[in-house]
Design a protein around this ligand. Sequence first.
Ligand code: SF4
Length: 330
Amino acid sequence: MPRIGITTTVPSEIIWAAGAVPVDLNNIFITSKLRDKYIQKAEYDGYPRNVCSWIKGIYGALSEMNDIQTIVAVTQGDCSNTHALMETLALIGIKTIPFAYPYDRNRKALRREICSLAEKLGTDIGHAETFRKKIEPIRKQLDLLDAMTWNENRVTGAENHLWLVSSSDFNSDYERFAHDLTTFIDEASKRKPISNVLRLGYIGVPPILDDLYDVANDFEAHFVFNEIQRQFSMINRDGDIVDQYHSYTYPYDIFNRIKYIQREINRRRIHGIVHYVQSFCHRHIEDLVVRKKISVPILTIEGEAPGKVDERTKIRLQAFIEMLERHQNM
Ligand code: SF4
């Protein structure tokens, strides 16, 4: 089956329905032993130093791999760098198919985009809908995994992040993903609950840092919410494929994201929020809105390149957690 790269979550049901396999290029880049080399390759070819490492990583990975010749690139609703990424990929022979989430969340426009993508891939919305129903049990299992993170406290924030972030493409093998997820849930359901009482929420793009969750755990805090990763798993599946991607919050305006985040802060009894921002990312500006609209204390941390959390960020995270603990004991 042909492998089609994706630059963020797209209606991957269409790709599967077209007889191809989606490959989330972010996950390929960040989990590769060669990830530093991919960034260096992008800079060697001329990418400026002050461009987000995710973009450079995707470009570098596609330059070095030879099994992906086509990608679906989200030209609206994801990243301000995508147009330039597409142009530089064209230079190295990669075909790009644009997909745009309408900024005004117009349902008709979204339906047109979904139908257009299906047509370009040689399928139709009906087949994508059939496939959506086929993978619904996997998404239900992810609902369960998420509840085991915040309600039962048996799944760590890091595990929650990894499973949910992988739902953008189900690791390119949904049957194996379903099997491994069921095995993981069976194993986790037998664990003792995590005893950390301090409950954190993670918002923002997925971290480029490897050990953020482990560092929080060392300071005895439990991440019970991963905002965007949870959105990748498609929490609202009522209606049809258009409705599903219409209620997905990430690609639209920040205010709907805020409503969702605030609801989850209350439901999951979250004491503080860590807002992760990526260096050189336009979404960093949204920190301003987040700080005005969210009701609990917020720590904003920034990552640039793949690797471990730096010492300064560790100290800031520790001080934040200690402040929240003092607040709880007052
Ligand atoms: S972190 Fe920001 S700049 Fe980087 S790829 Fe994601 S949206 Fe684009």
